[in-house]
Design a protein around this ligand. Structure first.
Ligand code: ADP
Length: 159
């Protein structure tokens, strides 16, 4: 593929996300990581902070661009000329929601294909919300999130 979009809230970006980004690069010339400006769930970090963390975590990866997007994902994907949407799959629990969303997006804009990538098993248990929860309790999260996110988390939650 030429252009593919990887959308998410990235609140904060984790090594699980970075793993999906690395894998996605193999199937496209250009990967646009699209950070949702105002996702449905409340975020701990502002859109700009989330964007900066993803930018820093992907610095040096050729063919990866990181942008903010607002509104309908398929509309954004259409505007940037994307042929695919990447989503990461962890456990079975991700499947139902992802399945619903992929089919809804197809109804909204048929030409775009949703592609699911499986993370490496060493990251399959990672989620941004769990990381925030343990960071609040003072856990060391440096093996779960890239350095930029680790720094921001320390500023926000202490330790
Ligand atoms: P969203 O709010 O859109 O789910 P997230 O930042 O939580 O945003 O996740 C973005 C995408 O990355 C989703 O497809 C999610 O399943 C995937 N993802 C998140 N964490 C991991 C992980 N550890 N391994 C693989 N995929 C992941």
């Amino acid at each position: 593929m030429r252009v593919v979009v990887y959308p998410g809230s990235f609140d904060p970006v984790t090594y699980g996300h970075v793993d999906v980004i690395r894998r996605a690069r193999r199937i496209t010339e250009k990967l646009i990581v699209a950070v949702a400006k105002s996702p449905a769930k409340e975020t701990a970090f502002s859109a700009e902070e989330r964007l900066d963390m993803v930018r820093e975590a992907t610095r040096g990866l050729d063919g990866v661009e990181v942008n903010l997007f607002d509104g309908l994902l398929v509309e954004y994907a259409r505007q940037v000329g994307a042929e695919g949407i990447i989503r990461g799959l962890r456990a079975l629990s991700d499947f139902e929601y992802e399945f619903q969303m992929a089919l809804t997006n197809r109804k909204l804009y048929e030409p775009i294909e949703t592609i699911f990538l499986m993370t490496s098993e060493s990251y399959s248990y990672l989620s941004s919300s769990l990381i925030k929860e343990i960071a609040r309790l003072g856990a060391d999260i440096s093996s779960f999130v890239p350095p930029a996110a680790c720094r921001k988390m320390k500023e926000r939650f202490g330790k």
